[in-house]
Design a protein around this ligand. Structure first.
Ligand code: HSE
Length: 298
């Protein structure tokens, strides 16, 4: 009557696919233990790692759990223990991991009445209180795995994309917090047509590259001419890091989600580890604390 969940960190946007593309990381994520209780309702009984609210209506994991609970009205309740490993405001889907973990565990304990699309729908409710916007580009890869493209959030429609065999991500997380709501507020409401054309040609090419294992096209598509120009100012040493990644053989490098984490993609683990070294060398010259990691994309 209990289940332990690993809820993975994710990289949203993947440069050109703002609010649409994302991929899952396997080396970092939150842990949760969900218990079925005879007492009805949703309670959060333990939170370790970061200081987050225990009140279910104020906690991302609680809000998604309540949305699912109210829809299914099961004959039991759930108690949630959260072991938060992903720092909130890090740009690698901290709120999404919370929103997904609770309902994924509840669904398992109830005998899987919901499919992945329905889980995404309830997870969106949790994500919305964290970022004040309903986008599923972090949620979908956490639920479906690998690369995903969110074709629509209302109704939820997620496409699972294939991942080339040898694709690795290197991440650097500067220890500053950027709230998604803040990094969304600085974005313009309209985009220039020429930039839009460049962006959607890159999204289409990137999806094609994933399907055809074409690393060259993948590399050419990893560009963001719409969002990155605004957000990069908020991320210390972004240009230097990007340059270091590309010089170390990265296919591309960009802001992970709404930042401050930065991701690079590469073919092969050795290149990914070389990029990690380059990130460490560069950032250790600054006075900002950071951590780095490499993850295979599955
Ligand atoms: N697509 C979202 C953004 C991801 O970039 O704002 C972060 O929640």
């Amino acid at each position: 009557n209990s289940i332990k969940i690993f809820s993975p960190a994710t990289v949203a946007n993947v440069s050109c696919g703002f609010d649409v593309l994302g991929f899952c990381l396997d080396s970092i994520g939150d842990e949760m233990i969900i218990h079925k209780t005879s007492e009805k309702g949703i309670t959060i009984t333990k939170i370790e790692g970061y200081d987050l609210p225990y009140e279910a209506t104020k906690n991302v994991a609680g809000v998604s759990a309540l949305a699912m609970y109210e829809a299914l009205q099961p004959d039991c309740g759930f108690a949630i223990e959260i072991y938060k490993k992903i720092k909130p405001g890090s740009g690698i889907g901290s709120s999404s991991a919370s929103a997904v973990g609770s309902i994924f565990g509840m669904n398992e304990l109830l005998g899987k009445p919901l499919d992945k699309t329905a889980l995404t729908k309830y997870a969106l409710k949790g994500e919305a209180i964290a970022s004040q916007s309903e986008h599923a580009d972090n949620l979908a890869p956490a639920i479906f795995g690998g690369f995903t493209l969110v074709r629509s959030v209302n109704p939820v429609d997620v496409l699972q994309l294939p991942t080339p065999n040898d694709l690795f991500a290197t991440l650097i997380h500067p220890q500053i917090e950027i709230k998604t709501s803040v990094s969304r507020a600085i974005l313009p409401e309209t985009v220039n047509l020429k930039s839009a054309i460049t962006q959607w040609s890159n999204v289409g090419s990137l999806v094609h590259a994933l399907h055809t294992n074409d690393y060259e096209v993948l590399s050419k598509s990893l560009n963001d001419v719409i969002i990155e120009p605004y957000r990069k100012q908020m991320i210390p040493h972004f240009a230097t890091i990007k340059k270091a990644a590309l010089e170390s053989g990265a296919l591309g490098c960009g802001i992970s989600g709404s930042g401050p984490s930065i991701f690079a993609l590469s073919k092969g683990k050795d290149t990914a580890l070389g990029i990690e070294k380059a990130f460490q060398n560069m950032y250790s010259k600054t006075d900002i604390e950071f951590n780095t990691f490499v993850s295979k994309i599955n």
